[in-house]
Write a protein that binds this ligand. Sequence first.
Ligand code: NAD
Length: 245
Amino acid sequence: MLEGKKALITGCKRGIGKGIAITLAKYGADVVLNDIEISEEDEVAVEVQKLGRKALCVSADITSQDSVAEMFAKIKQTFGGLDILVNNAGITADAMSYKMSVEQWNRVLAVNLTGTFLCCQAAAKLMMEQQSGKIINTSSIAGFIGNIGQANYSATKGGVAAMTKTLAKELAKKGIYVNAVSPGFINTPMTDKIPDEVKQQMISRIPVGRIGEPEDIANVVLFLASPLSDYVTGQTIQVNGGTFM
Ligand code: NAD
């Protein structure tokens, strides 16, 4: 489905991003694997290469405009262009709003919102040259229904959904589609730190009765990255087992 396509996935050394990179490679894409520190020895790169696809590893902090510019220069030099950008990198720094430091607030905004914007901007410039492209951002259920202790995180994820609509309007006539995926509760290192008792309570509120796996998100990203979604832009698709409708 994605044969001959080149896809960049940010923050894909583990968790949801790793699942997305492997799924896109499985369906034919060559991939650029980004994380703060990532190398060909990392499991995600090994898995992609086992599938017979190219894996270009680029260590870069997406909060730095210079690092993002260098990463895209490397992509242009190695792959000649980019067809798919998946903005997956994201962090949490939880605290009740009345105890949250400005540093915690800024740190989460820098990665989830500014980092996502910087990669969208750099990708759009490359994709405009070729008059085609698919950008998939990562929102969260927390951006729609809120979550105690996540004033910073929920603000960024609501912001990602709003930014996605604006970019979709700006870029539609240039052949570039911009959508977002909004995961519910997914089994990754990010959610590993939640105590078991709280996890069980959360699972009991999911209509389909189980926690999501990275592949559940990756399959929707695959749809948004493929020609099957060629009449879909500006949307944020909820992938949460029915938790929020
Ligand atoms: P994770 O913490 O397991 O993985 C995130 C990856 O992003 C890590 O490998 C990390 O090193 C990388 N990263 C962080 N900051 C970066 C930066 N500045 N530059 C480059 N890479 C960076 O998280 P996950 O659970 O796999 O989440 C992936 C995405 O899905 C995030 O955007 C997250 O907010 C979102 N999400 C996750 C859940 C969930 O339940 N796990 C729910 C909703 C949304």
